[in-house]
Design a binder for this molecule. Structure first.
Ligand code: GDP
Ligand code: MN
Length: 382
């Protein structure tokens, strides 16, 4: 679960990481009220879960109420990379001497926590990562040992953080690591982590992603869940009880099992296509589930073909086939289906599909995942 910046900062504050005082506003008037109590100058920041807000014009300094009105008015409702700004965060503006970068993530290959730290933080960190990767120090943290101040300080030295900021940075790294582990984050990132003229080190931005698997440990996450933004497709899928994630491609995907659904995305990508979604219909691919899945896929205007990828284990091929035939009677699909049906009773299933009188223009059956992916992508590109 991704948090908005303001929520990330609230989360940081629980772990004693210094952030600026401010408040959330959904209207221009509220923004002014918050600005008055945060004290000028303030910065008005678009709250959307996408990076590069600054470059997109979603972050503005304001010295008085008029400027807050202008900026909040412009930013509220702004579209940043497809995300419409519904709230702004207004905080007291900070003076910045230097901008650093710090984050903790899980390095799945190494099975360890990974600290990334750079003295060259700010809005161009992606460029630094690409052109000057050595400017980003990477350090594994053993979760059993944790992160000591001494190790954190060494990382700061290695990252060429200037001497005057090293202690402040190390202290925040230790707190950020606690936030990452005890706070059950998948990602805890501060960019920029700033050095103020006063010598204080301070989190100016917050990117936090919480590990949904740890949900049961955190009743306090309820307030974050309330603001999760689903797109219309995801809302429809949730109402129908489906495991669906909207993507921005054009091949609709239906698969049974999360692993197979993931592989299906990969294969579509491998043959040069782009998936419109992730959708795992699980074990019970009966007519109701299949009809719901097809309805959700059909709702997505970008979908040009539908790739149904079923490997029958407990799910039997003839059940799936019956489900599809029945679902096709209920849902009027805009895009043709390419199906790969394999596993338990696959032949019986294909037989049912062949005998159902569905025209070739609406449903094609392919024996392998790769062939089906190629066909689905080809149809979509026509
Ligand atoms: P992002 O563009 O979405 O990563 O948003 P950030 O919160 O990281 O802000 C982008 C940039 O805006 C920062 O790197 C700063 O240079 C600038 N900025 C943000 N807040 C302040 C502030 O309080 N004071 C000043 N002077 N600049 C700020
Ligand atoms: Mn940032």
């Amino acid at each position: 679960m991704d948090l908005f910046e303001y929520q990330g900062k609230q989360y940081f504050a629980r772990f004693d990481i210094p952030v600026s005082a401010g408040g959330v506003a959904v209207t221009v008037d509220q923004a002014v009220t918050v600005a008055e109590s945060a004290q000028y100058p303030v910065v008005v920041k678009a709250q959307v879960q996408v990076g590069g807000r600054g470059k997109a014009g979603g972050i503005k300094l304001a010295n008085n109420a008029d400027e807050v009105r202008t900026h909040a008015g412009n930013i509220l409702g702004m579209d940043i990379k497809g995300h419409v700004v519904k709230r702004v965060w207004v905080e007291h503006a900070s003076d910045i001497d230097e901008e650093y970068y710090a984050s903790f993530t899980l390095d799945r290959a190494a099975k360890k926590h990974l600290l990334m730290l750079s003295a060259q933080g700010g809005v161009d960190i992606e460029e630094v990562a690409e052109k000057d990767p050595d400017a980003i120090v990477k350090l594994h943290v053993n979760p059993v040992e944790g992160l000591s101040v001494a190790v954190a300080k060494k990382a700061a030295v290695d990252a060429k953080i200037p001497a005057k900021a090293q202690d402040g940075v190390a202290e925040i790294l230790v707190k950020l690591y606690r936030c990452f582990t005890e706070g059950d984050c998948d990602l805890a990132e501060i960019n920029p982590l700033i050095l103020k003229p006063t010598g204080e080190v301070h989190a100016l931005d917050a990117k936090v992603s919480l590990d949904a698997n740890a949900d049961f440990r955190h009743p306090e996450w309820e307030e974050f869940k309330a603001t999760v933004e689903l797109d219309d497709r995801e809302k429809l899928a949730r109402d129908k009880g489906l495991q669906y994630i909207g993507l921005d491609g054009y091949v609709g995907i239906i698969a049974n099992g999360a692993g197979l659904a993931m592989s299906t995305l990969d294969v579509v990508n491998q043959v040069g296509g782009k998936a419109a979604n992730f959708l795992d219909i699980g074990g019970g691919a009966n007519a109701d589930v299949m009809a719901s899945a097809l309805e959700v896929i059909n709702f997505d205007k970008n979908v040009k073909s539908i790739f149904i990828n079923i490997f029958g284990g407990i799910t039997r091929g003839e059940e799936v086939a019956k489900g599809i035939v029945e679902a096709l009677g209920r849902v009027d699909l805009r895009a043709p289906i390419v199906i790969r049906l394999d596993g338990t009773n696959a032949e019986e299933g294909r037989e049912i599909l062949r005998n159902a009188g569905i025209p070739e223009s609406k449903l094609v059956s392919k024996p392998t995942m790769l062939e089906a992916a190629k066909a689905a992508v080809e149809i979509a590109k026509k």
